[in-house]
Each structure stands twice: as structure tokens, then as C-alpha cells.
Write a new protein. Structure first.
Length: 278
């Protein structure tokens, strides 16, 4: 099994035509991000002379605005910290908030990763607490600001059925925690036959996956033939948890790239770089 450890989370990427021609020239890269989140990685792969192949393995839809969710939003002033677990949580959560009220000026915002922080800042929320490295609950929980949460009230904006580690740990540190579930993830209806034809023609050289749920959906959607191809194709994943799930599915070549689009591209560069000339 080939498994490369995590590369730096953010790198300088050359997009000049001369440099790009040597990076991913002609490589078919499957991008499984939800369609609304795939534009940045698609553009980076194109700029590096690769061929992005869109195959969304997740679809993001708004959660119903239940009475419970409306009540949480109406009493945002009572919280000390609002945590956003993803860029989608940031955009959809803030949109829900602003349909009902203004963002409380005294409410501190935290983001699990830099992508979520950038989305919050783009939408006008400043001074976001975010890990300098890493883009998961573990990285956020390692911040000294969250070490002692006694007497603190936290609201976590997330998708329905997300990981419990963040909330469980904050409660263990003394916080009261509520979840504002502002979107749902579903399995899309994607044309798997086109993907299988591309594999048969040798047009797919790598697959990128950024969540465990997307990996499970992809595996289920591909069927027997597609799973055979997937197990023989380099899989680039966002973090070690996805790599562990991929190993259990029998996938051979796994690269732990990092959560950002730049880190994913850098890992692709490193994997497909020609051997050094001796």
C-alpha cells in the first residue's frame, strides 16, 4: 500500500503556463466535492494542465427551519461562542441568521478550518478564532482559548448528523452546547456510467475525497466494476480518518493531502512529479 503522510496545509502554487504543463499535464482528476464547493479545486487542476472530472458524491441542501432552530437563532445573544464546522455551515448558517436578525456584536465566532474562517470573514464576521494548522475538530479543540470552557455557552452550526467530538469535548470542559443544524447532506443522482467509461479508457489518474461520507457514497454509487477501478486508482483524501475508512474498503494507494484545495493540489503535484534526473 502506498500511503503518503499529510503535506503542508497551504502552499504556493505556480499557475504559469510553462510550469503548469509539467505539473498535471493530461491527468484526469476526479473531484467528488459537492458541486457548489468544487469550483476552486476545479480551477486549480485546470491551471495545472490537468483534466478535472466532476462527480459530486455529496449534495448539500438546506435544513428545514424548525421551531427549535428559529429559537436558537433568536437567542444568539445568550451564547459566548458560535462555532462553524465548514464553509457550508458558515454560508448557510449566517444566511439563516440574517433572515431573522442581525449578528450579535458581542458573539465570538470560531471556525474549524481556514476555509470556514474565510467564508465567515467574506460575510462580514471578523476576528474569527481558527487553528493555525489543521482543519478539523481536533485542531480547533487544541487552541488554548478553548481549554477551559466553564460557564460558557456554545452554539455549533453544522450539518445534520455531524461528528460529536467537538460538542462532547466542549461539554467535558464545562460548556453548555447546542447544535444549529442548518443543512443536510444527501447522496446525489450522478451519472456513474460516464465515470466508468472514463476509467475504462484510461482517462482517470486520481480521485479526490474530502469527507468520509463522500467516500461511502462514492463507493456505494460505483457498483462492482467501479469499486474495482477505485481500488486501483490513487485516492487523495483530506485527513487520516478518511484514509482509515479507505483502507477498510480495500483501496491500495492513499495519499493524505490535507483539507484545503491548495494542499490537495500540492499532493497531486508531488505524487505525479517525474523522478529526479540523476
Amino acid at each position: 500500500m502506498r500511503c503518503l503522510r499529510r503535506w503542508p496545509a497551504c502552499v504556493e502554487v505556480s499557475t504559469s503556463p510553462a510550469a503548469a504543463a509539467q505539473d498535471l499535464a493530461g491527468r484526469g482528476i476526479v473531484i467528488t466535492r459537492p458541486r457548489e464547493q468544487a469550483q476552486a479545486l476545479t480551477a486549480l487542476v485546470k491551471a495545472a494542465a490537468g483534466r478535472p472530472i466532476a462527480f459530486p458524491a455529496l449534495e448539500i441542501v438546506d435544513a428545514a427551519e424548525s421551531r427549535e432552530l428559529r429559537t436558537l437563532i433568536d437567542r444568539l445573544d445568550t451564547y459566548h461562542l458560535a462555532v462553524f464546522v465548514s464553509p457550508t455551515a458558515a454560508s448557510r448558517g449566517l444566511n439563516m441568521v440574517r433572515r431573522r436578525r442581525a449578528w450579535p456584536p458581542g458573539l465570538k465566532a470560531a471556525a474549524v478550518g481556514k476555509g470556514s474562517a474565510r467564508e465567515l470573514e467574506r460575510l462580514g464576521v471578523q476576528d474569527v478564532l481558527v487553528p493555525h494548522a489543521g482543519a478539523d475538530s481536533e485542531a480547533l479543540l487544541a487552541l488554548p482559548e478553548l481549554a477551559d470552557m466553564r460557564g460558557r455557552a456554545v452554539i455549533i452550526f453544522r450539518g445534520a448528523g455531524g461528528r460529536e467530538l467537538l460538542g462532547t469535548t466542549l461539554r467535558a470542559r464545562g460548556a453548555t452546547v447546542d447544535y444549529a443544524e442548518c443543512y443536510r447532506r444527501t447522496r446525489p443522482q450522478s451519472d456513474v456510467q460516464a465515470l466508468l467509461r472514463a476509467w475504462t479508457l484510461g482517462e482517470i489518474h486520481a480521485v479526490t475525497v474530502t469527507s468520509g461520507e463522500a467516500l461511502r457514497n462514492l463507493f456505494d454509487m460505483l457498483g462492482t466494476l467501479g469499486r474495482h477501478w477505485l481500488r486501483k486508482t490513487p485516492l487523495f483524501v483530506a485527513h487520516e480518518r478518511i484514509a482509515e475508512a479507505a483502507r477498510e474498503l480495500g483501496i491500495d494507494a492513499i495519499v493524505v493531502a490535507g483539507a484545503s484545495d491548495e494542499a490537495m493540489l500540492h499532493a497531486l503535484f508531488r505524487y505525479f512529479a517525474p523522478p529526479p534526473v540523476e
